[in-house]
Write a protein that binds this ligand. Structure first.
Ligand code: SF4
Ligand code: FES
Length: 243
């Protein structure tokens, strides 16, 4: 199987694409293919990973124009996938020469600056999380705050977020509006609003509704389609808009 991989000489943008022939074995993931290329053909290829098990959120990339975790994407499944995403430039413009019938296209996650090859600078994504102060303020120092199983269920889906930024990279609003906080941070704001242990739940609603927050979301729902943990950030944003 041929892989067409975006490269960047100086960082900042894709400078060209390199083609590699990968020996495929049953069960191989796209991350395994990147290892094979780096080990046997091109040690200069840069990409991020850590857990290899869809837990750390570091291996987010664009595979055949769909934002996905490289470690969780089986090569055999790539061409069967159709997320039906709303398109914007980074996922609708294809590189010259790409033949989707015989090649897998691998590119960096959109909406963040490229540092090198498949590695993007995630500062914008992390700053957005920090700007909403997404933690629970404590009232009684270290006193444990317990939670009933039913209360835990209310936040279960949102707690599963692994901060992979696939939602951020799939969002047409993030593509257009530099200031947009993005789906993951807003979903977390709803998670803290719903958490029975939160002393001031309204602070998250107020912060999420600032001009760079929920008012910018067009409820496109690409974020729901790409999220590998079923967080459904778009659903949380809908609730934040109409609490
Ligand atoms: S909401 Fe989903 S897609 Fe977005 S950062 Fe969390 S796990 Fe990733
Ligand atoms: S390597 Fe950790 S999520 Fe893919």
């Amino acid at each position: 199987m041929m892989f067409r991989i975006a490269r960047s000489r100086e960082g900042g943008s894709i400078s060209h694409y390199d083609l590699y022939k990968v020996d495929i074995k049953k069960g191989m993931t796209v991350l395994d293919a990147l290892f094979q290329i780096q080990d046997r053909m091109d040690p200069s290829l840069s990409f991020r990973y850590s857990c290899r098990g869809a837990v750390c959120g570091s291996c987010s990339i664009l595979i055949n124009k769909e934002p996905r975790l490289a470690c969780r994407t089986q090569i055999a499944d790539v061409r069967k996938s159709d997320m039906k995403l709303k398109h914007f430039a980074a996922i609708s413009e294809t590189p010259p020469g790409w033949n989707p019938d015989v090649e897998i296209l691998v590119e960096p996650l959109p909406n963040m600056p490229i540092l090198k090859d498949l590695v993007v600078d995630m500062t914008k994504f992390y700053n957005a999380l920090e700007s909403l102060k997404l933690w629970s303020d404590t009232e009684d120092g270290d006193t444990p705050r317990t939670q009933s199983p039913d209360d835990r269920k209310r936040i279960k889906r949102y707690v599963n977020c692994i901060l992979c930024a696939l939602c951020f990279g799939s969002c047409p609003v993030n593509a257009e509006k530099e200031e947009y906080i993005g789906p993951a941070a807003l979903a977390k704001a709803w998670r803290f609003h719903e958490d029975s242990r939160t002393p001031d739940p309204d602070r998250y609603l107020k912060d999420a509704s600032k001009p760079e927050g929920t008012p910018l979301c067009d409820l496109v729902m690409n974020c729901v389609k790409v999220c590998p943990k079923d967080v459904a950030p778009g659903g949380a944003i809908r609730k934040l808009k109409n609490p």
